[in-house]
Design a protein. Sequence first.
Length: 274
Amino acid sequence: MKKGPLQITGNVFDLSTIMLYSGLIFQQLCSICLFVTSFIFLLWKRVTPYYLAIVILLTAVFGFMLWFFVVLSSDERNLKALSTPLRTGLIILVFSSALAPVLHSLLDTVSTDTIYAMTSIFLFLNFASLPYANGMRSSRVDGTTDSNIVSVATGFLASLCMASRLPGPKETLLLIISATLVFATWPTIRHRIQVCKGKKTRFGFTIGMGAAAALSLLPFFFDDEIESVYKGLIATATLLSTFLINFSIPFIFYKMQSIKSNINGPWDEAVIEH
C-alpha cells in the first residue's frame, strides 16, 4: 500500500472577486479608523461636542434611510419596521445619557498606558471577529447568519476604555453613540446592501469608506504640534494596510488556490498497490 494525497473540492475564485470580498475587511478597518479619529478629536478638543453631535445625527439619519429604502423590500416597509429602530435608538440614547457620568469615571484609577493597550486589544478583536461572511452571502442554507455578538461587545469595551480619558460626560455620551453606529449598526447595513446590490456597490463602499478614512486622517498632517516622524508613520501605515488588504493578500490567496486541491499530511489515505 502507498499513501495518496487527500483530495479537496472547493470553490475557485477569480482575482477580481477575491479583491471585492477583501474590500469587506478594508471597510471595517476604515470604520475603526473613523471611530479612533473621532476619539482623538474629542480628546484633543479639536471639535466641539455640539459639532460632533450634528455629524452623528446626520450619519444616523443617512444610515436609517439606507436601511429603510435599500435593505428592506417594499413589503417590509411598514409602521413596525419604522418604529422598531427608532424605539431601539431612543432606549440607547436614554440609557447612555444616564450612564455617561458613571462610565466616564469608571476606569479613572487605571493608568493611561494600560487603557490604550486594552483599547488596542479590543479593537483588534473587533476587527478579527466581525462576521465578514454576512457580506458575501445573505444567509446559510438553513436561513441563519453568523453572529456579531463578539464583535459588537469588543467594540463597546474599547469605547468604554477610551471614554475614561475624555474631558467630560458629554464627550463620553457621544463616543458611546458613535460606537453603537460604527460597531453595531453600520456593519449590518453595509453587508446587507452589498449582498443585495452586487459588485459595483461593493466597490463603491470600499472606495467611499477609504476616502472617508483618509479625509479623517488629513488634519493630522496639517497639525504643527505633531512631529514629522509620526506623520510619516501614519502615512506608511495607511498606504501599507491599503495595499496589503486590497491587493497583496488577495493576490497571494489567488495563487494559493492552485495547490489546495491536493494536501499531503497525516490524514493521507492508503491506496492498495497490485
